[in-house]
Design a protein around this ligand. Sequence first.
Ligand code: IPM
Ligand code: MN
Length: 375
Amino acid sequence: MKATILVLPGDGIGPEVAAEGVRVLQTVARIWGHDFDFPEALLGGCAIDATGNAFPEETHTAASAADAILLGAVGGPKWDDPNAKVRPEQGLLGIRKALGLFANLRPVSLHPALVGASPLRAELLKGVDLLVVRELTGGIYFGEKRRETINGVDTATDTCTYTATEVERVVRAAAELARARRGKLTSVDKANVLESSRLWRRVSDRVMREEYPELQHETILVDACAMHLIRRPADFDVIVTENMFGDILTDEASMLAGSMGLLPSASLGAAVEGRSTRPGLYEPIHGSAPDIAGQGIANPIATILSAALLLRHSLGLEEEAAAVERAVAKVLDAGLRTRDLVGPGEKWETTAAVGAAVAEAVAGGQGTPLPGVQV
Ligand code: IPM
Ligand code: MN
């Protein structure tokens, strides 16, 4: 298969982890005989430095032309001035919105060898395998913002708006994914307080009742969900929720897996099942971690697993995606760890060493087809 994969390394540890994602994708291309092309473009702080814009037009054009996009991370203290007109995060929000990537898939599962890395007790973690589908192009992130002086008092406003259409399409996407998994969908809202949540609940109840009666469907409030994610995480299959609740709950859920450095994400537009009709965006859920940038200690696994999601959802290469996921498991089984996953005094490997080990496991992995065999 021929594919153009746009790489947006971004800021901080972004370039280091993106390089390992590309290394693994190059290995996949070599073993399976694909022709992947990896153009690069600027997004975030590096784009502000070069062009004054966090999401330059050139990046927009390259992204629209690509089959898929692999992103490192954006942001850093250099661009953190609260009064700045342009911020790296605008690049991330801009590309999500511009490409219509409304469904953000954040799978959380726990590798058995990493049970000790989670702050939760092992018995709570047994069977954890959930998928959060976060709405990504609406809600308070994109509503009207205002800063004004009212009666002499500095006042700020952020508006949370959802249309029934926006809710419907993301609930459908999540339901399709639940159907292919364990058949349970949990819709999370704050309908006891927010009008946008009352709409969310009405629409998700209707979609589930009319279109997916065979699925198990429940609705819970976001505060209760935050608690149940810790108390009974294995009970969840697919969780669907609005933009900001999804942002917060997935940082919390990452602790089930042991480290933010392990969790991938896929941001998709129309046609979540099978191949996306737009270029999907694949990125780790962690940030740019400027405090550890350039030291070779970042965990590349979240980005490598994001590359696996890219193979699966944007290129339709399930066999290759599964091979990358198996390779990551094999490397963790073999005891290779980046620094975030070890205790004081324990041995750890560099970002590049872990990336190279995964690539090697992909190349030599069991169950992979012979070189050059198309699947
Ligand atoms: C994420 C991040 C972003 C978000 C920030 C960097 C704008 O936290 O992808 O979860 O809030 O969506
Ligand atoms: Mn976040």
